[in-house]
Design a protein around this ligand. Structure first.
Ligand code: NAD
Length: 354
């Protein structure tokens, strides 16, 4: 990397952070110049959605509580129509990446400002990247209109995230920062954010496992997620993200768990080709080797470490290697099909990447 030859693109966005920061919701809606908010949430988080609506009183235009994964186009159309019908002038996405994703699909068409209240560590709220699924294919793109204008990070809303998902979602965030450190367009500012993001999550995750109600740990994880999401929205991702998009998109594997299992193997693949980034990842994790550190972080905190345990079939590994090595993202080490197949086999078995 040429350290002093770079482009750093700051993204607009206002962050309100802290336990109980949801109390500022009405103020933040008004400061967007909005008065009638459509609230979005998943069926699992219906109560949280209703609570947010109650807090806004007459400024809540309605609650759309049927968010599902991967933003199906039919759902996006329904939510867009509802926003129009209710004359909503902003949307509030309360939940994980799937809910923020639906908010983005509304904003893409209508330009409606999005206020995000993230309750997982996925980081979508900090990126201008959208994804919409049509006829079984997820189309992704980048558009500044979808970038949430305001983000309220209230760690109290994340305590209900089950411990298992908290660990995998946290490692999903770490994966953004790890790849940002060896990204082709890495720069000193995003690398600072990435290293701090990894360190915050690596120390918060064991704290959450020990006590899911620990507000210090929950706050640290959400802070790390913010930083990791910021770098995801600023610089290009590489092999790890390509592998996870392949496994999620073509084999329907769960998002955060897939990231958790693949990360150590993607890091091992790039180990020799990005030594400076590996040193920084290892330093942030407090370990000697980045790949082994990522593997141990998952294992020690009860996360899955083998693709075979989350629904991958051995007979699909060859096909996955074909898809992942066709049209690869830029990566510090060239993407070679047979080496990718070996990586996937290790991830399938859950072998430590020593
Ligand atoms: P998710 O949004 O699908 O949430 C997983 C489950 O957890 C849901 O059932 C949800 O209701 C529940 N949940 C969330 N927060 C909870 C809480 N605090 N308490 C109880 N239950 C809670 O999962 P995710 O991992 O946050 O997001 C994954 C999706 O986001 C993927 O589709 C991925 O592609 C997308 N994503 C997009 C970007 C981007 O930049 N566009 C970035 C990251 C992720």
């Amino acid at each position: 990397m040429q350290k002093f030859d770079f482009v750093y693109q700051a993204r607009a966005g206002r962050v309100v952070f802290g336990p109980d920061s949801l109390q500022y919701l009405e103020r933040e809606v008004l400061s967007l110049g909005a008065e009638r908010a459509l609230i979005l949430c998943s069926p699992d988080q219906r109560e949280t959605g209703e609570m947010v609506a109650a807090r806004l009183g007459s400024r809540a235009a309605g609650v759309f509580n049927r968010v599902v994964m991967h933003v199906p186009i039919e759902l996006a159309k329904e939510a867009r129509a509802l926003a129009k019908e209710l004359r909503a002038d902003c949307a509030i996405a309360v939940g994980g990446g799937s809910t923020v994703g639906l908010g983005k699909a509304i904003a893409l068409e209508s330009g409606l400002p999005i206020l995000a209240v993230p309750t997982t560590y996925a980081g979508s709220e900090m990126t201008p990247i959208f994804g919409i699924t049509e006829a079984g294919l997820k189309r992704t793109g980048t558009d500044l209109r979808v970038l949430p204008r305001t983000i309220i990070y209230d760690p109290k809303l994340s305590v209900s995230l089950p411990v298992g998902l908290s660990v995998t979602s946290g490692i999903n965030a770490i994966a953004h920062a790890a790849e940002a450190l060896y990204s082709r367009d890495a720069n000193p500012v995003t690398s600072l954010l990435a290293e701090e993001g990894i360190a915050a999550l690596a120390s918060a995750i064991p704290g959450i496992v020990k006590d899911p109600l620990d507000m210090e740990a929950r706050s640290g994880a959400l802070y790390g997620a913010w930083l990791c999401g910021t770098v995801l929205g600023s610089v290009g991702m590489a092999l790890h993200h390509k592998l996870c998009h392949t496994l999620g998109g073509s084999f329907n594997l769960p998002h955060a768990q897939t990231h958790t299992i693949v990360l150590p193997h993607a890091l091992a693949y790039n180990r020799e080709s990005a030594p400076e980034a590996m040193d920084r990842i290892a330093r942030a994790l407090g370990v000697e080797d980045a790949a082994v550190g990522a593997y141990e972080l998952a294992k020690a905190n009860g996360a899955p470490t083998a693709l075979r345990d989350i629904g991958m079939r051995a007979e699909d590994l060859e096909k996955a290697a074909d898809i992942a090595s066709a049209n690869p993202y830029w990566n510090p080490r060239p993407v070679e099909r047979d080496a990718i197949l070996a990586l996937l086999r290790n991830a399938f078995e859950g072998i430590s990447p020593r």
